[in-house]
Each structure stands twice: as C-alpha cells, then as structure tokens.
Design a protein around this ligand. Structure first.
Ligand code: PHB
Length: 401
C-alpha cells in the first residue's frame, strides 16, 4: 500500500478522537468513490480582490488562468472549475474563508494568498486537512520553515529572500546608516529582520525602525522623523495601493534625493503607471524585472498584453508559475488527486522555465531563484544586475518526513 493511501485527514482524526462531530464524519472521514476521470478539478482561489492588495490578487488570478488556458484548460487531462473567495487581506476572517473553500466548496486545491498573516491561518488548515495549498505570493517565512508540510508549496518567495540582498546593495552604494519603515505585520517584520541581517553583514547600521499599522497610509509623521534623523538611506516595504501612496509621499516630502529609498521590489512592481515620474531612479531587489532577456518572459509578456491589455508584474509571474507547478503535479498523478505521492514528488523536483528565469524548489518547497537589482527607468523596473544568484531560503526548522 502506498503512503498516500494511509494518509488520514488530520482534522477528521482530531474530530473523531474528540467525540466525533457528526458533520465532520460526513465530510472527510469515509472513503469517497473514485472521481470519474472527466470530472472537473476544483481550484479554489483565496485572494484579496478588494483593499490595498486588490491589484495583486487580480494579477495572480488572471495569470494562473492564462497558463491553464495555454494548456487547453485541462489539468491532468481533466477540465477545471474555479471558485473564488475575497480574503480582503484580513487575518481575522482567514480561518472562516479557508474553511469555506475546503469544507463547503470542497475544492481540490487552494491557491492563495497575498498577505502573510492570512497565509498562516491557511497553512494551519492545510496541515490539518492535508489539502494541497499553493502559495502564489505571501512570504511568511514559517510557511516554508517550521510550519512546512508535504502539501504546502510556494511559487513566490520567503520574506527573507528579496530583502536580505538589499544590505549589500546599500553598502555598494556607500550607505553606512539606514532607517526602516514598513507596515507592522508579519511581512514587514520579517523583511526588516532579513534586511538588518544583510546590512549588518556588510558593516551597515540600522539607526531607527518605524512601524505603520496595516493597511494605514498616513505617513506624514514618519517622514518627518526620517527628515530629522537624516540616515544615509531608507529601507521600506509597502505594496499595492500602500506602495503608491508611500512613494508619492516620500517624494513630496523632498526626501528622495537627500535620503535614497530602497526596498524589496514590491515598492515599485505593478504600480509604475500610477507612480510615473515619482518612481524614476528607485533601486529595489526582487526575483523579477520588466526586461529580462529570456524567451519564456517575452512570450509571457506578449500573451498577457494580448489577453488582458496590460503588462504583467511579479504577482502575475507567481500566479502563472503556481499553475505551472500544479500542471506538473497533476500530470504526474494522471489527474488522480488521490495519487499524492507521485504528485508531490514531481512538484518537489519541478524545474520551471519561469518568466523570472529558471526556478527549482528547496527541500522546504520554496523557490530557489535569482534576486535581481532593478532600477526604475522610463516607467520600467529595468534589470541592473543579479544581486544574488540562485538564492534559497534557509528553510530553518522545516522537517518533511
Ligand atoms: C506578504 O504579506 O507576505 C506580502 C504582501 C505583499 C507583497 C509581498 C509580501 O507584495
């Protein structure tokens, strides 16, 4: 008997042990009849479709569908059905939203999400139910460290990955002191930890940390503190609508020239049309740029423009690769979702010719990828150089059987 046949849904087992809620028995505990080969695969998107991260969710959703459409709208030979839930990047609603997809909609795989706090609630449920979860953005380090699981894969990044290399970039540009400013939640906190590690390894010193409640965008009092302290540079993490407001306010406060602004590329990705001149010259690090010289990216950008009438961004790439990874798994399982052993083995071993460049997966199922230094030139995040080649998250504390 294969290992997959022995896997018992942990949450069902817990319910049974704890006195067997009858509803639980019906949902997960008894063997289900084999699903006919032709039955649709249900893909559940749990993404922010409203709020400061709305554009990020939309781009992930669109590019995922684009990849599946390129494969004839089939996964492992079966048609695809989509279910969407707007998680609003709101952690208190995360458990209920994830339960809706898993228990009520009975999706076969969950693709989500963007916000690290929401993500950790989803990972917990994925671990309890053994539901396949593909993370197309949120960088919560623990998702592929201590909370890693055989059924949890990520096609984006750990928060550590795009932030650790910023310290060396700053040092190379002659900066010795920096302040940090970000939203106060898991992603911002982990970004600052990663940046501080890279900056101190390069002799830099963080002289002040500023924390903005998520998703607030009142930056004025913080910008005044930066102007007073006059560090050599600033490290910032904001994204989506928040990044637009922050960069505009930073420039309007007259800080752009006197205190150069750096950060992970979320600060400028997907927001350049809204930022215009304000973003020109900003240097950031990320696993994507707008002008990478590879065939996969050229095809991807052309198709995205044709299908959606807009240029893709890093979030689109992550959604596109989430679909690519699922196709690899479903093909290996020949469309049989119970065949988790061959499915997960193929996904772990996947080498994807991504628009971002080649990626493979670490032992904790997180991408190993180049981190690029980019500079905004003529409204594009232009490639400058590879800031760190084939960077893998350390995966600390991940134990996969
Ligand atoms: C996160 O919460 O992990 C997050 C959100 C938006 C980004 C990057 C990371 O652009």
């Amino acid at each position: 008997m294969t290992k997959s046949k022995l896997l018992i849904d942990r949450r069902s087992a817990l319910k049974l042990a704890g006195g067997a809620a009858v509803a639980g028995l019906g949902v997960n505990s008894f063997p289900m009849p084999a699903i006919a080969q032709g039955a649709p695969i249900k893909v559940g998107f749990m993404l922010p479709y409203t709020g400061t991260y709305a554009a990020l969710g939309k781009n992930i959703d669109q590019a995922f569908r684009m990849y599946v459409a390129e494969k004839g709208d089939k996964l492992g030979g079966r048609p695809v059905e989509y279910v969407t839930v707007d998680d609003q990047a709101d952690p208190p609603k995360a458990t209920e939203n994830m339960n809706r997809l898993v228990d009520r909609d009975k999706v076969d795989v969950v693709v989500g999400t963007v916000h690290s706090g929401v993500q950790m609630a989803m990972v917990k449920i994925a671990r309890e139910t053994n539901k396949l979860l593909i993370i197309p953005n949120a960088g919560a380090d623990a998702a592929t460290r201590a909370a890693c699981a055989p059924n949890v894969f990520r096609t984006s990044f750990s928060n550590w990955q795009p932030c650790y290399p910023v310290g060396k970039v700053m040092k190379d540009n002659g900066h010795k002191t920096a302040m940090t400013i970000t939203w106060k939640y898991a992603a911002g906190e982990e970004d600052v930890v990663a940046f501080k590690q890279g900056f101190s390894e390069n002799g830099g010193q963080v002289v002040g940390e500023l924390w903005v409640p998520f998703p607030e965008v009142e930056f004025q009092s913080f910008l005044t503190q930066i102007a007073e302290k006059k560090p050599d540079a600033v490290f910032a993490f904001f994204a989506g609508g928040g990044a637009i407001k922050f960069v505009k306010d930073y420039v309007a406060a007259g800080l752009k020239k006197s205190v150069p602004l750096y950060g992970p590329g979320f600060l400028t990705d997907g927001v350049l049309p809204a930022l215009g001149e304000a973003a020109e010259g900003l240097q950031t690090t990320l696993h994507y740029a707008d002008d990478l010289d590879n065939a996969a990216d050229k095809k991807f950008r052309a198709e995205h423009m044709k299908r959606y009438g807009a240029a893709p961004d890093v979030y689109s790439v992550q959604g596109y690769d989430a679909a690519a990874l699922l196709v690899i798994g479903m093909d290996a399982a020949k469309g049989d979702l119970k065949a988790v052993d061959p499915m997960y083995a193929a996904m772990r071993a996947a080498k994807i010719d991504s628009p971002r460049g080649p990626i493979s997966f670490s032992a904790s199922q997180n991408p190993i990828q180049n981190i690029y230094l980019r500079e905004v030139k003529n409204g594009k995040n232009a490639f400058v150089k590879i800031a760190h080649a084939a960077l893998a998250d350390p995966g600390t504390g991940c134990k996969l059987a």
